[in-house]
Write a protein that binds this ligand. Sequence first.
Ligand code: ADP
Length: 453
Amino acid sequence: MKWRIWLLFVCITVASAVLFGVGAARVRYKSTVEDGKVYLRTYMNAYDSDDYSFDREGAVAFSEKLNGVRVTFALADGGVVADSAADNIIENHADRQEFIDAAQSGEGYDVRSSSTLGKRMLYYCKSVGDGKLVRIAIFVDSDWLSFFKVLPSIIPFVAVMALACVLATVLTTNFIVAPVKDLAKEAVDGEMVTSEFDELKPIANILNERNRNLRLQMEVIKTEKKEIERARESKDEFISNVTHEMNTPLTSIRGYAELLSVGGLAEEQKTVAYKTIAAQSERLANLIACIINYSAIDSDDLPSYDVDFSSLAREILQALEPEARERNVEIIEKIDDGVVLSSRAERLSEAFGNLTRNALKYNKDGGRVVVTLTKDYLSVEDTGIGISEENKRKIFSRFFTVDKSRGGKNGGFGLGLAVVKKICVKSGWEISVESKLGEGSSFTINFNPQKKK
Ligand code: ADP
């Protein structure tokens, strides 16, 4: 930008110098002509027809009297009689302006290049009576010559002007460029920039917009990074939990298998060993099934369809009846007819089955489970052992079980509620829990979270 301003100033300086020179030359030329006219008129006053014969001799004599000024004698019809500058001129000057004017009004002037002498001349012609015209002429400088003659006198002035322009350029470029530099520096630092100059305000707006977009992009990148980090941690934690859960039955199976292989066990001990191996193998198989099921839900992208949830819920409760009887827990159904949800039967069975089985598992002898289903929500209430405030926040995490020994007894791995939560999130539903230790719990799935129940 600086060099552009420099170039502009240099062009202005050169153009002004040339214009100034031309103007000065023009003024000089005009004043030379005007002064010349005054001289020629004064010279002409020295002419007396009695003193100079109207021939070449007279013309040369008059010219000498005027210090060599060119003198031409002519007749009113323009015919040249004599010329002090050239011998034997037989010309007709009737077409020359000064002769025309002199013949008409007594005197006339003209400035032009002389065809006789080949130089620029100022002519003054005067009628001296008896049809005679006397013309005297002096050399004048041409426009160009005037220009070159004034050049030496204007060079110092142009030099001073150029110097002033250079100084002005340096000062103004710094003055003009400084706010732009400041703006750029502030913008690079990521600050919100403003400018008191109207011309720079659009640039400031663009810089602010660009910085804002950059900040947003940085935020997105940070969030993505955090999510990737969280996913990595979650995967590590999952693997570690799976390993841990598998370790217990495997250790037990290996221990008993080694004991059996060593031999020497009593029949009773052998039976315990076989039973334990069988039970732990089943637990291991259950764990693997649970993990496969959990992972399958993660990658479940199958399309949803309308499912008659009312019928499905009744069927599942029917199937749970024997377990409820065994646990001496009463199931109370409050299921509305025709509750249809856009989902998949296996997802709904999984979520509903997990909630109701938990309500039975973590219930008390002689307890109750109330299942309420409307088109807006499902709630599974029980009068069981309840969940502490602290654990309420953790129960939806993978592999979380409140009481490991109880979990073991119930065969749970802490994946049931995690699966329910995952299904809810995928379906856009909201799951919540209310509970009091020792009194019971109530799990609710809201099918329309936007429209609170
Ligand atoms: P699990 O397979 O151990 O049942 P869940 O994910 O289904 O795993 O449940 C996690 C934990 O939450 C359970 O171990 C249990 O302690 C607690 N829990 C779940 N449902 C209930 C309930 N209805 N009443 C009391 N505690 C419950």
